[in-house]
Write a protein that binds this ligand. Structure first.
Ligand SMILES: [Zn+2]
Length: 131
């Protein structure tokens, strides 16, 4: 609407009324608007209570379901602590695996050196035998 105060032209009695300035459709005021508004307000007040008491967040973590209204932050903090613990455990395990791998690698190097030493001795024996 343009805000123009067209109002209802007194001479027009047609079904379709339009604003003389912007030609927007005009209609009568809604009936019982104060009662309607009061009813909506009352409904809003009634809905306010359960909206603030019933759970707003449901966390499903590995099949375990938890619903909460205000403890969501605590849950997130708790879950973060659990994850930190898991990360620490995995880091320790990773460290163990790395050490094990380093030990095995050193063992392989030692065996390879031993083998090459043996081959060198065999080749030397071969050349001595050939002479
Ligand atoms: Zn208008």
């Amino acid at each position: 609407m343009c805000g123009g105060r067209g109002g209802r032209p007194p001479q027009v009695d047609a079904v379709e009324l339009r604003c003389p300035r912007c030609l927007a459709h005009l209609h009568d005021r809604k009936r019982n608007s104060l009662i309607r508004t009061s009813a909506l307000l009352a409904a809003a007040v009634l809905c306010y209570v359960p909206a603030n008491l019933l759970p707003i967040m449901t966390v499903v973590n590995l099949g375990a379901q938890q619903s909460d209204t205000e403890n969501a932050r605590d849950e997130v903090r708790e879950r973060r602590t659990q994850l930190d613990t898991q990360v620490d455990a995995l880091t320790a395990e990773d460290e163990e695996i790395r050490e094990e791998l380093a030990a095995l690698s050193a063992n392989v190097d030692a065996q390879r050196a031993e083998l090459e030493e043996g081959e060198g001795a065999a080749a030397e024996a071969e050349t001595l035998r050939g002479k």
